[in-house]
Write a protein that binds this ligand. Structure first.
Ligand SMILES: Nc1ncnc2c1ncn2[C@@H]1O[C@H](COP(=O)(O)OP(=O)(O)OP(=O)(O)O)[C@@H](O)[C@H]1O
Ligand SMILES: [Mg+2]
Length: 243
């Protein structure tokens, strides 16, 4: 144990031309905890994920995994350090079967003897019967479960989930909630972007709130729920969406 948080984000900043998408953002995720990253559309949440995983290069700030800086690592090196990530727009190979997708994920991570673990993940997530089904025939929820399984094959100690419930049927939502709880019990750290407030407030140990690229709150769900600035940012955004 290093005594360091599993994930530490320090002063992360990213500009897209004139737009300051992420501004001096800092927060931590401890091992064995679930942290929610919430905020209105466009507040910079997915960009934070892209910066953590080095899909984008930060203009300033750093990301530490168990105290080790990730800056400069290539995408596959970040993954091989034990960081799993799912995307807001699911990333699977749609023309390949569920089993082939898992095989490719194993290959990408240099994982031998992956089959027994893949089989047990499919069984746990109740879609073993879809093993030979092509990705494009899966529902969104099943696609999200497949993408998650592809990440969990390598047992990452840090999981970044970008809107895992978006477009997902209630039954699969429960499965996904169970997976997140199981991962936390197993000591993994989970950072979760999600717009479903009930899910976030029920599941998360802490919630980080962003608005216009800045962190405006960071605390346990009970504290976040009563925070005036958070209520204003989230309600303001939904009022805006109605007009
Ligand atoms: N690659 C990019 N190039 C230019 N602008 C970008 C890029 N990625 C994101 N942005 C802009 O940065 C801002 C933050 O986007 P981001 O996707 O991080 O928001 P988000 O909080 O994930 O929103 P949502 O809840 O809608 O997914 C937005 O204004 C977006 O248009
Ligand atoms: Mg997003």
């Amino acid at each position: 144990m290093s005594g360091e948080p599993r994930l530490a984000v320090r002063g992360l900043t990213k500009r897209f031309g004139g737009l300051l998408a992420v501004n001096q953002c800092s927060f931590e995720v401890e091992a064995g905890s679930v942290v929610g990253l919430i905020g209105p559309n466009g507040s910079g949440k997915s960009t934070v994920f892209n910066l953590i995983t080095n899909l984008l290069r930060a203009d300033a700030g750093s990301v530490l995994h168990d105290g080790t800086p990730l800056g400069g690592l290539k995408l596959h090196e970040v993954a091989r350090r034990g960081i799993g990530r799912t995307f807001q727009e699911v990333k699977i190979f749609r023309e390949l079967s569920v089993w082939e997708n898992l095989g490719l994920a194993a290959l990408g991570r240099g994982l031998a003897d992956w089959q027994p673990r893949a089989r047990s993940l499919l069984a746990d997530f109740k879609f073993g019967h879809l093993e030979n089904e092509s990705g494009e025939n899966l529902s969104i929820g099943q696609q999200r479960l497949l993408e998650l399984s592809m990440q969990l094959l390598v047992q990452p100690d840090l999981l970044l989930l970008d809107e895992p419930l978006a477009g997902v049927h209630p039954v699969v939502r429960e499965t996904i909630a169970g997976i997140v709880r199981g991962q936390r019990s197993a000591g993994r750290a989970i950072l979760l972007i999600e717009h479903d407030m009930r899910f976030v407030m029920d599941l998360c140990d802490r919630v980080v709130v962003m608005d216009h690229g800045e962190k405006i709150a960071d605390g346990p769900p009970a504290q976040i729920r009563g925070d005036e600035k958070v209520i204003e940012a989230l309600l303001g955004a939904s009022r805006g969406a109605e007009h």
